[in-house]
Design a protein around this ligand. Structure first.
Ligand SMILES: [Mn+2]
Length: 403
């Protein structure tokens, strides 16, 4: 019998807010503590351990220290790149951890002369073999699946685990409706366990002829949508047992590293002063939590009249982390702009002036010439071969020249 923990999509280093970054790291640390306390045989990380290929070193240092504890407890860790912690042509932090022996990156394999993709298996001392396909930019990894030498993979003796970081067509959640995905049929048959990552929603299914396919979802969260999910459900990881050619997978809820409170508030038909009163009383009892305020509906007035500064400083005092989502807010005045025009530019300028006149702020950018030059500067696309960093600094300096 072997016992292991499978998790994915940790996204260490995600979030601008330092406290959220810390909470995310806490979730990872708690998971590793669980693995050590429960003396699992090994750990499987199915991609996106980090949020970017080269995250800030403080986060890497803490993650490495935790992985060292795992290693010192005699527990091996097998991982693949996710879509986030890998950049083409660049060394990823996952490679650094692999080179240092803190984890084993399951290799992608090689193409044989007849164009088949052969995967290199690595074997754990418990007798379990691992193969996997890391995520690649623009889902290129999906094409790798079509090239797999399935026969050789099916010949690897059991027990065996397949790691992947992609979306499954047959189990795809609604929020990924438009996203490309892989059918079961591209996978080799007969693996004991298919350890998935990428889909930020818990999934656990057994496909006849294949085996158990699992996505654990994130340990904490990587963005606003995840935080919203965290307000509704607990996140966690899978504790898996392989015995007598069978797999048993139990979802272990991670004791929450913090409370997340979601407030859905519709502004339709309410005056701005009523909205301010409502929000003040709605949020008055929040303390020591992540507060998500989602505003929706038709606003009869100006967004700037809603007292967000007050809310922000009030929640700050109550040790809350505040997230405002006003994507679903509609503004009546936006629909009312009607201007005659003779050219596209003239129409844009008139609409711009009209909208600016409705705002209570003024800035250098409210002058149409400056604003349009600024928009133009920001619109420049990435030049082929240009790195993201060079592109960013080019756009920032072009933007600053407009003032
Ligand atoms: Mn992810």
């Amino acid at each position: 019998m072997v016992k292991f923990v499978h998790f994915a999509d940790v996204h260490l280093g995600a979030f601008r807010d330092k406290r959220l970054r810390e909470l995310n790291l806490n979730a990872f640390e708690k998971t590793i503590d669980y693995c050590i306390e429960n003396k699992v045989d090994f750990v499987v990380i199915a991609g996106d351990l980090f949020d970017i290929a080269v995250p800030e070193l403080e986060v890497v240092k803490k993650a490495a220290a935790k992985l060292l504890q795992l290693k010192n407890a005699g527990i091996d860790c097998f991982a693949i790149y996710g879509s986030h912690d890998y950049t083409p042509g660049q060394t990823s932090v996952v490679d650094v951890l692999n080179a240092s022996g803190l984890l084993t990156k399951v290799s992608d394999g090689y193409y044989s002369d007849d164009g088949k993709l052969c995967l290199n298996a690595c074997k754990h001392s418990s007798g379990v073999s691992f193969v996997g396909i890391s995520a690649r930019a623009k889902s290129i990894d999906s094409s790798y699946f079509g090239d797999l030498d399935l026969a050789s993979l099916e010949k690897i003796p059991n027990p065996k685990i397949f790691l992947f970081h992609n979306t499954l067509a047959e189990t795809k959640p609604d929020f990924l409706a438009g996203v490309a995905s892989l059918p079961f049929s591209v996978f080799p048959k007969g693996f004991d366990y298919y350890a998935g990552g990428h889909v930020h929603e818990k999934t656990n299914v057994v496909e006849p002829g294949y085996g158990r396919f699992v996505f654990p979802g994130p340990l904490f969260a990587a963005d606003y949508r995840d935080l919203e999910e965290l307000a509704k459900h607990s996140t966690g990881f899978f504790l898996v047992e392989l015995k007598n050619n069978e797999s048993f997978a139990e979802f272990v809820e991670l004791n929450r590293v913090c409370r997340v409170e979601l407030f859905d508030y519709s502004v339709t038909g309410k005056s701005v002063s009523r909205i301010n009163d409502d929000l003040a009383s709605l949020l008055s009892r929040c303390s020591d939590s992540v507060v998500l305020l989602k505003l929706s509906g038709l606003l009869d007035g100006n967004v700037s009249e809603i007292n967000f500064d007050f809310i922000r400083s009030f929640l700050e005092e109550k040790k809350c982390i505040f997230y405002l989502n006003r994507n679903a807010l509609e503004k009546q005045s936006l629909d009312r702009v009607r201007v005659p025009f003779s050219s596209k530019r003239e129409a844009e300028e008139k609409v711009f002036k009209e909208l600016v006149s409705q705002q209570s702020f003024s800035s250098e950018l409210t002058a149409p010439d400056k604003a349009f030059a600024f928009f133009e500067a920001l619109k420049q696309p990435l030049v082929e071969g240009e790195s993201k960093k060079d592109y960013e600094s080019r756009i920032v300096s072009a933007g600053l020249k407009c003032f």
